[in-house]
Design a protein around this ligand. Structure first.
Ligand SMILES: *Cc1c(COP(=O)(O)O)cnc(C)c1O
Length: 839
């Protein structure tokens, strides 16, 4: 889409804000009309668009018109960034779960009224047009969404930060439900073009795979290593704008697309092998073809390692190229002036790759190069699940990245000397800490590589960081205690409150002013209003409107009627055993059982919504999706349940659906096995929007409870230490037998109530629940969960009290802004300041 209109000529453009905000000095309605007819070649008769296709044209015309308005400030921000010699940060992430860009740009550029009235000329509401934008789903879940929230906050704080990622042709799969089961469809999000990207072909980089190393003397006669006989792929950058909030700052997310080095392999072409030549092209382009849909698990696929190295090498070359243009081959200050934040271990190849570039391509010696690398790499860990820790087989690595493997061996040899100094003669410690896990099939421990090569290692919530230091990375924390630090995650209140909850936004602006949009700590000024009856009433009526909006969406997508007078009880997140959607289902079955037995005194009517994607190869998670759908079917068809319980599995959970779900939620389910959820960020979005949490002492739930007040949080279950204790002698069958409620609900589940035509379908799930080795100890927490849910019901019946608790949750959410998180990264890790104004 870069060629849809000319860039402003660069030579004579004044370097001030005087650059016209519209390229042709046209007003927005005229721009939309021009883009619709001229740019897109679509016939525009100003009639309300009748077909879906017409509406998509209108969306594109509006998006391009809005983009026109941010391009000048985007260019200026880029100049501000590179004219300054201050330290820069590069956020390296295999995932950026951006969602939609149009409404975000409209909000941040303050174009709401203008765009709204321009759409009225076409008989359309802005929302209806904006709904045509496909989510940029370049991520799986929390980790990818965190990267997107972080970029938003960096732009809001005007920090010199560039995001680097991969421009996947296919993002997160689209989920639909057929006969209660998840079916995956490819997400070809670029099919209508992407108005938010600009290709920068001039900054294309060459990425070298395979081949072998050889020694050669350099100009000074020193022996150096080089790679030969490689098979190369090009990385072409596409830039996306990240607008700050009304601050004339537009940061950049640079996404790499893989491309063949030559359009055709000429030799093959000349030999008449046209199709083979084109196939080579496709092979190269495979690298950026599809996002791996696994959340919190790794599976050792060659293509995945290629993606990781592709991102890392392209991004490092990009940064180094810019450095060399300014400083030549003097890298003495490179480490002080640049910082790479690694979003989990996925980009950990950055450590040996930067070594390679400095040693082999810029003539540095090992010690100097290592000094540079360890001054500029910082690593964020995202998981405590041992099965999610990345390992790559040495065999694969030596074929695909032979030079990197040599460098990793050298890093390891030097590192193990240090281990020897710290723990003399301790062979066990050497084996434990080695970057290479020795066995018949040795593997590289990528997390250890990231720790050794970084000056900072952080966890993403207080508990998570503590558990890293005392568990997974204990030895490293002992060796380098000052490397380890905590940065509790956050979310951007501009998307997750101001944009998605306009009713509440206006109430907040009116009540406490609009400063909270850029400084969420101000939201604590809500607290005194929690006891004001008139305020509570307005609070409640906004929630009711949001519930109606969600009910409409639920009706449209699932044909289930959600009654807005019921409690809206929501669990949306990736489907994973540790997140325990099963625990939620067991509670639903308990309610169903009570209704069947007429034990409904004091029962609060509920609409339960569960949504999320299961990794396509994760059999148990997919079976849980099936169970949720089967339970929903039975419950919703049961006349006795009609006034008390509705259940829905919400298909294709994604960013744009969360924007409707979180403002409407009253009860947020954060029920993971304690010690397993690193942080969670969904929990924060709900809290900001006034939901109360029912949760375990896990991840950021702990900090949510501290900030909301214990009395405004429904706590249940074992804490992390108790989970460890419980596992030593865990007998779920005894618990089930001793508790009549639990025994009955298990019997309902196991007797085929939800799978009459498919006996045994859920044996895998019920067997897991009953196993003494159940890693998630679901049955251990069930009684406590059922009781806490009863407390929720009681609290909900006292409407005034519930509203008060809801207000106090929102009022306590100031800590969970990603602006706070990013300020801490900027201060404690990056040591960067806001961009200076343009000179
Ligand atoms: C916030 C968010 C997540 C993360 O949710 P958790 O409950 O923290 O796992 C995942 N997916 C989407 C679409 C989100 O918006």
């Amino acid at each position: 889409m870069s060629n849809t209109h000319p860039a402003p000529s660069s030579s004579k453009v004044p370097s001030t804000t005087k650059i016209p905000s519209t390229l042709g000095e046209l007003d927005l309605p005229t721009d939309v009309r021009r883009h619709l007819t001229v740019t897109l070649g679509h016939f525009d008769d100003r009639q309300p668009p009748s077909s879906e296709s017409d509406k998509r044209y209108l969306y594109r015309a509006l998006a391009i018109s809005v983009r026109d308005r941010l391009v000048p400030e985007w260019q200026q921000t880029w100049r501000r960034m590179w004219q300054s010699d201050d330290r820069k940060v590069y956020y390296l992430s295999l995932e950026f779960l951006i969602g939609r860009s149009l409404t975000n740009a409209i909000q941040n550029l303050d174009l709401d009224d203008e765009t709204r009235s321009a759409m009225h000329a076409y008989g359309m509401e802005l929302e209806e047009v904006a709904d045509r934008e496909l989510d940029a789903g370049l991520g799986n879940g929390g980790l990818g969404r965190l990267a997107a929230c972080f970029l938003d906050s960096c732009a809001n704080l005007q920090l010199p930060v560039v995001g680097y990622g991969i421009r996947y042709e296919y993002g997160m799969f689209h989920q639909h439900i057929k006969d209660g089961r998840q079916v995956e469809d490819p997400d070809h999000w670029l099919r209508d073009g992407n108005p938010w990207e600009i290709v920068r072909a001039e900054s294309t980089r060459r990425i070298r795979f395979y081949g072998r190393t050889e020694q050669h003397p350099d100009e000074q006669g020193r022996m150096k290593t080089r790679l030969v006989d490689t098979s190369d792929v090009l990385a072409v950058p596409f830039d996306m704008p990240i607008p700050g909030y009304r601050n004339k700052t537009i940061n950049t997310l640079r996404l790499w697309k893989a491309s063949t080095t030559d359009v055709f392999d000429l030799a093959e072409f000349n030999a008449g092998s046209y199709t083979e030549a084109v196939a080579t092209k496709n092979n190269a382009e495979q690298i950026s073809m599809v996002l791996y849909p696994n959340d919190a698990s790794e599976n050792g696929k060659e293509l995945r390692l290629k993606q990781q190295y592709f991102l890392v090498s392209a991004s490092l070359q990009d940064v180094i190229d810019r450095w060399v243009k300014k400083h030549g081959d003097d890298f003495s200050e490179f480490g002080q002036k640049n910082c790479f934040q690694l979003n989990d271990t996925h980009p950990a190849c950055a450590v040996p790759e930067l070594m390679r570039l400095l040693l082999d391509e810029h003539g540095m010696e090992w010690d100097d190069a290592w000094e540079v690398v360890t001054r500029c790499m910082a690593y964020t860990n995202h998981t405590l699940l041992p099965e999610a820790l990345e390992r790559w087989s040495v065999g694969l690595f030596s074929r695909l990245l032979p030079r990197l493997l040599e460098i990793i061996y050298e890093i390891n040899a030097r590192f193990l000397k240090l281990v020897d100094q710290q723990w003399p003669g301790d062979v066990g410690m050497r084996r434990e800490m080695s970057l290479i896990e020795e066995s018949d099939n040795p593997h590289i421990r990528m997390a250890y590589l990231a720790i050794v090569g970084s000056f900072s290692v952080n966890g993403v919530a207080g508990l998570h960081t503590q558990l890293l230091e005392s568990g997974l990375f204990k030895n490293f924390a002992e060796l380098w205690p000052r490397k380890f630090n905590n940065k509790t995650n956050g979310v951007t209140q501009r998307r997750w409150l101001a944009h998605c909850n306009p009713g509440l936004r206006e109430l907040l602006n009116e009540t406490i002013g609009d400063g909270w949009q850029t400084d969420l700590t101000k939201i604590d000024q809500l607290a005194p209003h929690a006891t004001d009856p008139a305020f509570r009433e307005r609070w409640q009526s906004i929630k009711l409107e949001n519930k109606q909006r969600l009910a409409d969406l639920v009706k449209e997508t699932t044909d289930v009627d959600f009654d807005t007078s019921f409690l809206f009880d929501v669990q949306v997140k990736r489907i994973h055993e540790y997140k325990r959607q099963l625990l939620n289902v067991l509670h639903i079955i308990h309610l169903y059982d009570r209704i069947q037995r007429g034990e409904t005194a004091g029962m609060v009517p509920r609409c339960v919504l569960i949504g999320g994607k299961a990794a396509p190869g994760y059999h148990v998670a997919k079976l849980i999706v099936k169970l949720i759908n089967d339970v929903a079917k039975v419950v919703n068809a049961d006349a006795k349940c009609r006034d008390l319980l509705r259940v829905v599995f919400f298909p294709n959970y994604r960013v744009s659906s969360m924007e409707v779900i979180c403002p409407a939620t009253e009860l947020s389910e954060q029920i993971s096995t304690a010690g397993k959820e690193a942080s969670g960020t969904g929990n924060m979005k709900f809290m900001m929007n006034g939901a109360l949490t029912i949760g375990t002492l896990d991840g950021a739930n702990i900090e949510i409870r501290e900030n909301a007040g214990d009395e405004n949080f429904f706590l249940f279950g074992l804490d992390a230490a108790e989970v460890v204790e419980t596992k030593k002698e865990y007998r779920p069958n005894d618990i089930i037998a001793a508790d009549p409620d639990i025994a009955r609900l298990m019997n309902i589940l196991e007797s085929g109530t939800f799978n009459p035509d498919n006996p045994g379908l859920y044996d895998l799930l019920t067997g897991g629940l009953r196993s003494p080795h159940d890693p998630w100890v679901t049955i251990a927490d069930l009684r406590s969960y059922i009781d806490a849910q009863a407390e929720v019901g009681k609290a909900y019946q006292d409407t005034d009290k519930w509203n008060e608790m809801s207000i106090l949750n929102a009022a306590g959410s100031g800590w969970f802004s990603s602006d706070r998180t990013i300020s801490q990264y900027a201060q404690d890790i990056w040591d960067v300041r806001a961009l200076p104004p343009l000179k």
